[in-house]
Design a protein around this ligand. Structure first.
Ligand code: HEC
Ligand code: HEC
Length: 233
């Protein structure tokens, strides 16, 4: 088997595929550069109970290793931890967010993690969040979108200075009305962004857009409605 792994890989691969199953072949090449050693490979081991291991292997690729600069929001932001509804937090991890890249992790939903492993993630990610929840007066996590017209006004007050008057991008923020962006993001993720911001990317939270003038609950829901109104129908 190892013979096939040496030089002239492409040609031999073609030959080899004709001879044997590709999977058998590749798994025979343990010396291949860049290939993790068996112990380093991720194992879909339902016995793993170590939080750091679960987070690094399952979540860090999208939500970042240290809470900074990733495709999806950092989950260790204290304002986010206080904002999110713990029941929905667990539900999102178990079921994923349909229509986005957030996968379902529960085995019952086709994922790889047991209910016990999901509990370990939830407990650790939200550990100590109760005290912040008690002290911060946050807008509710989940709420129906508000009024689009009022949202347009709120956008000018709170957002335009960074994202531009029409939302298509400004000096310090990108477009938030691009249909390609809006097609991949849920209403809740937009609401979460408005309330919690993206500390990792330089977007403040709902208290910090206009100094001394936090957004009201209504303004948050209105501006979310305005963002959603730019979705392709
Ligand atoms: C392939 C990328 C990817 C992976 C892996 C991933 N996520 Fe996500 N996650 C996302 C995206 C994108 C969103 C935003 C989805 C949306 O639009 O609502 C998200 C959203 C979430 C939310 C909801 C955020 C909110 O608005 O309240 C939670 C909680 C979450 N992820 C937790 C996790 C955990 C815990 C893991 C690991 C077990 C994980 N995610 C793995 C991409 C990912
Ligand atoms: C001080 C500047 C600033 C203000 C004010 C601001 N943002 Fe942002 N916002 C940013 C930056 C920086 C990002 C990171 C991505 C980028 O460059 O667009 C961002 C990202 C976002 C995102 C994407 C979040 C994600 O997780 O993908 C949304 C949605 C958004 N802003 C909406 C708004 C809305 C709505 C308002 C007003 C309520 C607002 N922003 C106010 C700077 C700002």
């Amino acid at each position: 088997m190892r013979f096939f792994c040496r030089e002239n890989w492409g040609q031999q691969l073609r030959q080899a595929t004709a001879l044997v199953g590709l999977l058998t072949l590749v798994s025979g090449c343990d010396w291949m550069p860049g290939k993790p050693k068996p112990a380093e490979r991720w194992q879909p081991d339902t016995a793993i109970t170590d939080f750091a291991n679960l987070y690094q292997t399952q979540c860090a690729g999208c939500h970042s290793r240290d809470g900074r600069m990733a495709a999806a929001r950092p989950l260790n932001d204290p304002v986010y931890r206080a904002f999110v509804d713990p029941k929905i937090f667990r539900q999102v991890i178990a079921q994923g967010v349909p229509g986005t890249t957030m996968p379902a992790f529960a085995q019952s939903a086709g994922g790889l993690l047991t209910d016990a492993q999901i509990d370990i993630l939830v407990q650790n990610l939200l550990a100590g969040a109760e005290s912040d929840r008690a002290t911060l007066r946050l807008p509710p996590y989940r709420a129906a979108p508000g009024d689009v017209q009022r949202g347009a006004v709120a956008f000018q007050t709170f957002c335009a200075k960074c994202h531009g008057k029409d939302g298509k991008g400004g000096p310090t923020g990108g477009s938030v009305v691009d249909p390609n962006y809006l097609a991949l993001v849920s209403d809740q993720a937009l609401r979460t962004a408005v309330v919690v911001g993206r500390v990792d990317l330089g977007m403040p939270d709902w208290r910090g857009y206009v100094s001394g003038r936090p957004m009201t609950d209504t303004e948050v829901s209105d501006v979310v409605a305005w963002l959603i109104s730019h979705r392709k129908k």
